[in-house]
Design a protein around this ligand. Structure first.
Ligand code: ZN
Length: 483
């Protein structure tokens, strides 16, 4: 009887402790609002962005599909739009697809900061679907329309506008600022960011922190949060394409073996789908939950602040939707399948491709061997689909770093309505080329994005609101002033 009472009291004490942890942790002050007067000095920044959107800098894996002339024209247009920057900063072109501006700071002993963006865009796709022509740069009804408006000429244009304004006010930054713009991010960044990284390495530059695209200020993405949330990417998943392959005998399909090569590959695909990779609460995820708890109602705070007991529950809940599931584990998606070329001919070989995104903590080699073990049991094998196009997950940058704090401070000023949380970017950016340059690598476009906006990225009718453009300029001004 006594032991039952002891157990009861222990459970009650534990529950009380968890409730106290949920209640006592920091809670964010009420969200602020922006004084729109602050945006007034940046009127006109949208027209500069529009001018950049009119140049169709479409990159492609196939050089025959690229028009080199437009990339040259883009650089000329940049000079027209931002004359003071071109006159006063030191410009170097490490390659034909990159631009590197250096703005020397007052205190050269401080490590510099690198602000990145890319000026290539993905193709417009079906032009019929666009309300305004994709390269019109139309500024209508409070929006700037065109391919690249959100991804990611906005960052380039806003950073340039901010520098232009600060320069004309006679401002000199405390530490040096580099602006690093690549012209082939959408196809890997080897001609752009990789060359900039090499140039900075040659100069012996070690940066304090680097800011590139990735997250954004998400408006309405997490229904339970009490305000929009700036998702600051502190890590990035790794990438690889894995081929599952099997060999067959070929021949006529009227007298088939028990299993054909196509059947074996199909079995291997099914086996990889049946087995999920292990869910893990990474440093990034733990940071996200901790920060998120400040903006969440009690039930969520209870969950997020007591991970020692609630981790399995959190993992189960996050596993339920593809977006949140991708934050917890390595994912593998079967995307391509091929076998025989003809209905009645047995395949001599068959192949499926898995697109794999690796969670920080895992490696290309490790995940490949796990997949190979699964494929082998089905009679197939797993190999890298293209060598040299695979990369390990990027290191997780600290939320205690001065760079993270500087970004949060600039966000608090330009987006007072929003909170800030660290998060993991599940796609790829140019930052993979910069890992040697700095320990503080952060990914965020300083713009509000609703779900409806996100669906326009890499799709038809990409656009950005004029208000968003000016906010982005305000963010950069504040960031540069605060360095
Ligand atoms: Zn991009």
């Amino acid at each position: 009887m006594y032991w039952l009472m002891a157990l009861f009291f222990a459970a009650a004490a534990l529950l009380a402790l968890m409730v106290i942890r949920a209640l006592s942790g920091p809670k964010a002050p009420p969200a602020g609002s922006l004084d729109k007067e602050l945006l007034k000095p940046f009127a006109g920044a949208e027209d500069k962005l529009a001018a950049l959107l009119r140049i169709p800098t479409v990159s492609s894996f196939d050089p025959a599909e690229e028009d080199e002339a437009v990339f040259t024209r883009f650089k000329a247009e940049l000079k027209t739009q931002y004359p003071v920057v071109h006159e006063r900063l030191l410009l170097c072109e490490p390659s034909d697809r990159s631009l590197l501006f250096e703005w020397p700071g007052r205190r050269r002993e401080l490590p510099p900061v690198v602000l990145c963006a890319h000026y290539d865009v993905v193709p417009a796709g079906d032009i019929e679907l666009w309300e305004h022509s994709p390269f019109s740069g139309a500024v209508i009804d409070g929006f700037v329309h065109g391919r690249g408006a959100q991804d990611i000429k906005i960052m380039l244009a806003a950073a340039m506008s901010a520098a232009e304004i600060l320069l004309s006010r006679g401002f000199v930054p405390e530490r040096s600022i580099y602006f690093a713009f690549g012209g082939d991010e959408e196809v890997g960044g080897l001609r752009g960011a990789a060359c900039i990284a090499e140039e900075l390495k040659q100069r012996g530059v070690r940066a304090s922190f680097l800011l590139d695209e990735g997250g954004f200020v998400a408006d309405g993405l997490l229904s339970f949060a009490d305000r929009p949330l700036a998702l600051i990417g502190i890590s990035e998943k790794g990438y690889m394409d894995v081929a599952l392959e099997a060999q067959g005998t070929g021949g006529h399909a009227s007298m088939p073996p028990r299993h054909t090569a196509s059947g074996v590959v199909a079995k291997a695909v099914t086996a990889t789908e049946a087995r999920r990779f292990r869910a893990k609460i990474t440093y990034t995820m733990a940071g996200l939950l901790k920060a998120l708890s400040r903006y969440s109602p009690f039930a969520y705070r209870f969950l997020f602040r007591n991970l020692f007991l609630t981790a399995p529950l959190v993992k189960a809940a996050f596993s339920m939707t593809p977006t949140t599931n991708a934050l917890l584990r390595t994912t593998s998606a079967a995307t391509m399948l091929s076998g025989s070329q003809k209905e009645n001919v047995l395949p001599q070989s068959a192949r499926a491709v898995l697109n794999v995104r690796l969670l920080p903590g895992s490696t290309v080699a490790g995940v490949l061997s796990e997949l190979d073990a699964i494929a082998s049991r089905a009679g197939a094998r797993a190999v890298l689909a293209h060598q040299g196009h695979a990369n390990d997950p990027l290191p997780e940058s600290s939320v205690e770093h001065e760079g993270y704090k500087a970004i949060v401070a600039a966000l608090a000023y330009a987006f007072p309505e929003a909170g800030a949380v660290p998060f993991m970017f599940t796609a790829g950016t140019d930052t993979k080329h910069y890992t040697q340059l700095s320990q503080g690598i952060y990914r965020l476009a300083p713009i509000f994005q609703k779900n409806e906006d996100i669906t326009r990225v890499h799709a038809a009718n990409e656009r950005i609101s004029v208000d968003n453009v000016r906010r982005a300029v305000l963010f950069y001004v504040r960031l540069m002033e605060g360095l």
